[in-house]
Design a protein around this ligand. Structure first.
Ligand SMILES: [Zn+2]
Length: 306
């Protein structure tokens, strides 16, 4: 498997009191280095403007990349742009591009991108919810445009609904979006009736939901639909904020639940996609939970790679 990160992703700094802080990524990288000391790391390249423009408009690129900022500046109440943000956003999106290329060209079967800022709330036109560019959407569009795929699945188990990813692809049948998330919770989208052009499946979960109901939702609803889509590539929005320790939400998952779901996704990829699976870090705001969950997730991805 391939692991991607870049030091620029540590230099997006929304301010000391912000939940989406550089220490998150430092914790993930440190935990993965400790758990898998023999694993090599790849340096995430920058995404190009052309790659970003597949899903974002000119105005959002100009806002994120060309705004002169001396100190963190609010784009919305949750989302800030600081001096290091543009470089971080370019490398976060570029990691997914490089990882898609690696699994499509056979250099790896699976990949995990330890990057920030996260991406799944960013729409085609709006940076929001801690997200500047939609990293997983940029990766999915790259898989369709550069590699000619017609069935790409984006699986999102972050505790928040990936409104941006859904909005970007809800009229594009080449990409299926499947999500479990807490409801009610930010961003207040992801209801069951939101189906896109038949390519969207949402499984909202009540606050307090634990392992059993989470696994049932995946086993009975989301995984059978994913299986029926026969994806040529799986992309994963891997947020770990559904863990019981997370301060931003009230689901009650354990690290073992993320390992279980990851193994299920790996099995789908093996059946339909020659094992090709690219995962990207999204949320997760308790550092101990982040460490434990990212090791569980990557451990399952490495087992798949054999
Ligand atoms: Zn989240």
């Amino acid at each position: 498997m391939h692991l991607y990160t870049h030091p620029a992703c540590l230099r997006h700094d929304p301010g000391a009191s912000h939940a989406e802080r550089p220490a998150r990524l430092a914790a993930v990288v440190e935990a993965l280095r400790g758990a898998f000391p023999e694993q090599e790391w790849e340096e995430a390249p920058r995404a190009s403007r052309g790659q970003l423009l597949r899903v974002h408009d000119d105005a959002l690129l100009a806002l994120v990349l060309d705004t002169p900022v001396d100190e963190p500046t609010h784009l919305d109440p949750d989302t800030l742009l600081g001096p290091g943000s543009a470089e971080a956003a370019l490398h976060a999106a570029g990691a997914g591009i490089a990882a898609v290329d690696a699994v499509m060209l056979g250099a790896a079967r699976t990949a995990f991108c330890a990057v920030r800022p996260p991406g799944h709330h960013a729409t085609g036109t709006v940076a929001m919810g801690f997200c500047l560019f939609n990293n997983i959407a940029v990766a999915a569009a790259h898989a369709c445009e550069r590699h000619g795929l017609s069935r790409v699945a984006v699986v999102d188990f972050d505790v928040h609904h990936g409104n941006g990813t859904q909005a970007i692809f809800e009229t594009d049948p080449r990409v299926m979006y499947l999500s479990s998330h807490q409801m009610p919770l930010y961003p207040d989208t992801g209801r069951v009736h939101e189906r896109g052009v038949g390519n969207v499946l949402n499984a909202p979960l009540q606050p307090g939901t634990g392992s059993e109901a989470f696994r049932t939702a995946w086993r009975e609803k989301l995984l059978p639909t994913l299986e029926g889509f026969r994806p040529q590539l799986l992309l994963v929005s891997a947020g770990f904020d559904a863990h019981r320790r997370d301060p931003l939400a009230q689901l009650q998952l354990e690290a073992d639940d993320f390992a279980w779901l990851t193994a299920e996704l790996v099995a789908v990829a093996a059946r339909h996609a020659d094992g090709r699976l690219v995962s990207m870090l999204e949320g997760g705001y308790d550092l101990d939970a982040l460490r434990e969950c990212s090791v569980a997730h990557v451990g399952a991805l490495r087992a798949a790679a054999g």
